[in-house]
Ligand binder design. Sequence first.
Ligand SMILES: Nc1ncnc2c1ncn2[C@@H]1O[C@H](COP(=O)(O)OP(=O)(O)OP(=O)(O)O)[C@@H](O)[C@H]1O
Length: 750
Amino acid sequence: EEGGEQEDSVKQVINDSEEAPKLVIQGENRFGFTEEEADKIKATEEKYTFETEVSRLMKLIINSLYKTREIFLRELISNASDAIDKIRFMSLTDPNALSAAPVLNITIWADKENKVLTISDSGIGMTKKQLKENLGTIAKSGTSEFLSAMEDKKADMNLIGQFGVGFYSVFLVADKVIVTTKNNEDKQYIWESQAVNDYTIAEDPRGNTLGRGTQIKLYLKDDALEFLEDGVLRSLILKYSEFINFPIWLWTKQTQVVEPEIVDVPDKPEEEKKEKKTETIEVPGWELMNTQKPIWSRDPKNVTELEYENFYMSFAKDNNPPIAWTHFKAEGEVEFKAIVYIPSKAPEGLFQKVQDYARNVKLFVKRVFITDEFLDFVPKYLGFIRAIIDADDLPLNVSRETLQQHRTLQLIRKRIIKKCLELIADLTKDDEKYEKFLSEFGTSLKIGAIEDNKNRKKIAQILKFPSSYKGANSTTLDDYISRMKKGQDKMYFITGGSVEEVQNSPFVEGLVARGFEVLYMVEPIDEMLVQHMPGHGGKMFQNVAKGDFKFGDEDLVESQKLKSKFVKLIDHMQATLIDQVEKIEVSTRLTTSPCAVVATDWGWTGNMEKIMAAQAFKQENPLLKEFYAKQKKILEINPNHPLIIGLFDKAENDAFDANTKEMVRVLYETTLIRSGYSLKDNLGYASRVEKILRTNLGVDLNAKAEVNVTPAEEADKDEEKKDNVETEDLFEEQDHDESTDPTKPSRDEL
Ligand SMILES: Nc1ncnc2c1ncn2[C@@H]1O[C@H](COP(=O)(O)OP(=O)(O)OP(=O)(O)O)[C@@H](O)[C@H]1O
């Protein structure tokens, strides 16, 4: 039988060569099946259709012109390693788990003659049920988004592993794939697919040849034969196996030096004996491709930056190197080694719960992978970190569920959180890096300051905000405090939608004119932050858009005088804005703006109103929302502004007519917009502005635009009927098609 010879030679080399590792080859390495076996498979195989999403994915993969198709190997090696991790974990509590195939390894064999690449592992294998679930459906959520992004060419095939569909990348290079698998709980099965809509599963007529594990045979496409070349394969495996904790063996031809037989003829001179040259011959055999010494167990002094980066990119399945990391050994109460990484980019959907487990922390115990299924190992706000923890003293016989509650793990958790915050604090020393970090994870830190009472102080020290002093760059609160003016006892801030918006806010101008610095809180979360963190470093925050705000340099007598001077105007304005405005005050804080709308102490600022309108709040308590929305506001007028002086004159001269009232309304509404609020009556505002425009242009207030429009024609009833009949025919035709052509999708599927 074809290939049988090769199988023999495989074994021989391993047994005979002194150099050969002690290795039991998992599974059979024959090519194909005997005719009898093939017939048996044909007769017993069951056909299944791929889930729609799998077919969609497959279509994308098959038609992909993706250049780096090599990633299929990364995915297969990673799956093999996961499968071995699983059986090794089981063996901790079940001594018989490994007996069917005690040696844990991954083997890769390129068969040039038959154009087949085989990857085998002695991992956990799959039962028939798991085969169907794992290689026929897509379990993980988020895949749909990946598919849409791929279809719109917005995503990269490289990301495939992050979406739990890495296996299907085999179809980048193969047009037929056969998976043979044996799990301890079931028989050996064969899964086969030619990347169309269906796949088959059959019991293996050869029985259990694997012992335990999975063998994947890729029948390579003609344009993918390079992956059988020794050089190509070798460099790829080296690239992807560096951080795999199990031996990966590649079937290669090794060069061996053969010493010439020296026949000791006594009368020949020594030189002649030496002339006989040594020969080199090529011997096929298994070659170990990785060293499997986990990077975290090495001395940090001997690990290069590049190694740390590559390790991160490999285990986190991230294309970008991390922005920072810390590698440490904890001693004392609890002993463990860990590497904590901060990615350079926030993962997709950081604040949404896409999966049950974040899978961002991998726990090993004495180098044995235990789990990455933790429910919030670190608090959610630190959910972006990636960590590897290898503990020495954790009980291995507890279930994964109770493990998380274990005291030792709780201690580890505390240490990891502390280390994370130290790592971030360390980042602050490098301005450029820290700004980059904040643009990705600044919101996370603020959530931390809100939620993590214990660490709030620490987090507050590393928060940064743009300010009137720093412009769009940002300042820490401590730096802000160091620049506070004499007698200033509060940290001034304003909230809003963007730096540009708040920079021009009427509330900021008076402060900036006096030389005070104002913090710009332009993220929606900031409103919540100041509620939970009322101050820092002994200084309270002060919202400059709130009604009670005072500079401290106000002249009470002067302001009383102004109030009496403007009383008539205030009365007129108050009467005009009776429904919207609680009171009107003569402002001391305005310099360049005519007026400003401020929130009462308990009312919402414009920014808060917008946030609440956009959030789930509307479902929670509509009554409360209405209450806040109806809160009347305070209108401050600038006594020095020409517009206000103009209105003042109208009031004093008893000329506060309907037209003036209309202008007051428009002025108020424009001020609402400038102060960050949204209008309740957009149409009313628009028509008031139009009226002012008309008046200024001297156009008749009631003149209408003249346009000629042709009314649409009435539909012809008879024609319509005919059209419908035609459409029905079309459906009938399709029905007919379906019944004759089984490859076409049914209407339901469509
Ligand atoms: N060599 C294997 N041995 C045992 N099970 C496997 C093997 N390869 C794949 N599987 C099973 O098939 C499932 C799907 O594999 P796939 O690579 O598509 O996604 P994944 O490995 O779950 O996701 P990710 O790539 O994010 O780890 C795996 O979760 C695993 O249960």
